[in-house]
Design a protein around this ligand. Structure first.
Ligand code: SF4
Length: 318
């Protein structure tokens, strides 16, 4: 019989080979994000209940692990709606931790973590990945379109409380949408919040899959420069799939690198992620440009940045 509540394992950039568990019916969520890859939220609700029978989910897991040859790297609770709305989440997590070896990850919009019981129910997961797209209430309404009772202030406070007591890894994710949360004001406000939250990792994502609202677009490269300036520890995901920088628009790869790095330094990671060229080709071009003194490599934290040198900055650098 085909499983109803578990899927995969599927390869995940952040979680390796990940076995997914979906404890929530499709598009049952307390947000209706403009970028949601599952389409528009059909059932906008904030009701916590046992949407699917816990014993059926547990039985599927037992059956999977009885027959599996290679253990997944993670068991990931990631609903086709919002998993925090599942009233048996704490019991499900406890069952997984007691019964199976792989660590447990929870992908969530984080909206209900301000409620102590909800916080306690997830305190046992190994990795929690909450979304923080904005800290500005007007933008929150535009991008996440939350259920009417939800307050961003409470949600942000809930995340701070969760992080303060959480023993596992806390990885925050920001989905950047052009014209909504990609301005300098938005990113500075987020960076200030992250200084308080202190997530273990921060991921910057972009809408690469068909979004709920067709007008949703990925930001321009200038927004990523702003992220690199104010949140230098951020890691960029899904960029290569989107091909943010189109090599066709430039005469050569070298010209592309000089052009995107001249006004603002760009990290090597973002460059590699954003251009659909092999890492070897990019590294070769960088070496050549460095030897020709057309770019300079700078270290910041654990990242390497590239700065394009104009004739004027070249003279100043001498
Ligand atoms: S929180 Fe997740 S499931 Fe809910 S609308 Fe947003 S992206 Fe979709």
């Amino acid at each position: 019989m085909n499983p109803k509540y578990i899927f995969g394992p599927v390869p995940s950039r952040r979680l390796g080979n990940s076995l997914g568990i979906n404890p929530i019916p499709l598009k049952t969520c307390n947000y209706s994000c403009v970028y949601c890859q599952l389409g528009k939220t059909s059932d906008l609700k904030n009701e916590i209940k046992e949407y699917f029978p816990l014993n059926e989910i547990e039985a599927e897991l037992v059956n999977f692990f009885q027959n599996v040859k290679n253990l997944p790297d993670y068991i990931t609770i990631v609903g086709e709606g919002e998993p925090l709305l599942y009233s048996k989440l704490g019991e499900l997590i406890a069952f997984i931790k007691e019964t199976f070896l792989p660590p447990v990850a929870l992908i969530t919009n984080g909206s209900l973590l301000y409620i102590k019981e909800v916080r306690d129910s997830v305190s046992n997961v190994d990795v929690i990945l909450p979304t923080v797209d904005t800290v500005i209430p007007e933008t929150f309404k535009k991008i996440n379109r939350p259920y009417r009772d939800l307050s961003l202030e409470k949600i942000l406070e809930g995340l701070l409380l969760t992080k303060a007591s959480f023993k596992g890894e806390f990885w925050a994710e920001v989905m950047l949408v052009k014209g909504l949360n990609d301005s300098e004001k938005e990113i500075i406000a987020l960076s200030e919040y992250f200084k308080k939250l202190k997530p273990d990792r921060i991921f910057i994502n972009i809408p690469v899959r068909p979004p709920a609202d067709s007008w949703v677009e990925s930001p321009d490269i200038s927004a990523f420069h702003i992220v690199e300036k104010y949140i230098p520890e951020a890691e960029f995901i899904n960029f290569s799939a989107a091909g943010i920088i189109d090599p066709e628009a430039y005469d050569s790869l070298e010209e592309l690198i000089i052009s995107v790095s001249r006004r603002h330094p760009i990290s090597l990671q973002l460059l590699k992620n954003s251009v659909n060229e092999s890492d070897e080709k990019i590294e070769k071009a960088i070496k050549k440009l460095e030897s020709e003194e057309k770019i300079k490599l700078l270290k910041h934290g654990n990242k390497t940045f590239i700065r394009g040198l104009s004739e004027r900055t070249k003279l100043l650098n001498r």
